[in-house]
Design a protein. Structure first.
Ligand SMILES: C[S@@+](CC[C@H](N)C(=O)[O-])C[C@H]1O[C@@H](n2cnc3c(N)ncnc32)[C@H](O)[C@@H]1O
Length: 221
């Protein structure tokens, strides 16, 4: 047995493994707009197929009645969350601050027949969260990376006990980012450290997509 408790020394090319696993995932919902079609918009990457598959499985298994997403973009992950939540009557709220993306997301959600399941909220998540009383059983944090840490406790407050906080892009600290995004590595490094020691959360980090952390809110908190 190896020092970290494994029976086999795993040696594979991580990129090749992800490409292989991506070929196993079902294609996401048919969208009216893709990032490429949104010409003139600075569109940041979506969660991608691996994290989309993880979200799909988590939502179908845990059936959260109320899901909150920070960072809608053009609605790729919102369609994934909504498609799964619609199967049992769950509801999704997703917050996006850029108006053209809000419209594209609404069009994508309508193309998927999810306009009654997913509510796109326009505005700055920092202000919207401050005025939000509702609680959620699952939160996807995929908004501005510099906002992750400042919003962490507010999101934990709004999570129900045993609820899940899913945080995308947690491997930015070890990725080669474009110069315009390099400062996000430090923001995500600080965020990961805060997750690791958070008294109200237990977290696991998965090296899929750009890295995803899954945190459960402790029942007693
Ligand atoms: C990585 S993209 C989201 C991708 C999306 N979750 C998906 O997988 O399809 C991040 C989005 O967060 C939005 N955003 C950044 N800061 C925000 C804020 N303070 N309030 C609301 N949205 C914000 C950006 O405009 C951008 O569209």
């Amino acid at each position: 047995m190896t020092a970290d408790g494994r029976f086999f020394q795993t040696a594979y090319d991580a990129r090749a493994a992800l490409d292989y696993l991506a070929s196993l995932h079902a294609p996401p919902a048919a969208l009216a707009f893709s990032a490429e079609e949104l010409t003139g918009e600075r569109v940041q990457p979506t969660v991608g197929p691996h994290v989309a598959a993880l979200l799909d499985v988590l939502v179908r298994a845990l059936r959260p009645r109320r899901i909150l997403e920070i960072g809608t973009s053009f609605g790729y992950s919102a369609c994934i969350l909504g498609r799964a939540a619609a199967t049992y009557g769950g509801q999704v709220w997703t917050i996006e601050c850029r108006e053209p993306l809000v419209q594209a997301a609404r069009d994508n959600l309508a193309a998927c027949g999810l306009e009654k399941t997913v509510n796109v909220v326009t505005g700055d998540a920092r202000q919207i969260l401050a005025g939000l009383d509702n609680s959620f059983e699952m939160v996807l944090q995929d908004g501005g990376k510099e906002d992750y840490l400042p919003l962490l406790d507010a999101l934990v407050d709004r999570l129900e006990p045993c609820g899940l906080l899913v945080s995308d892009d947690v491997l930015f600290p070890v990725m080669t980012l474009p110069a315009s995004a390099a400062h996000w590595a430090q923001a995500m490094s600080d965020y990961n450290r805060a997750l690791a020691v958070h008294p109200r959360l237990r977290s696991v980090w998965l090296p899929i997509g750009d890295g995803v952390a899954i945190s459960v809110k402790l029942d007693s908190q």
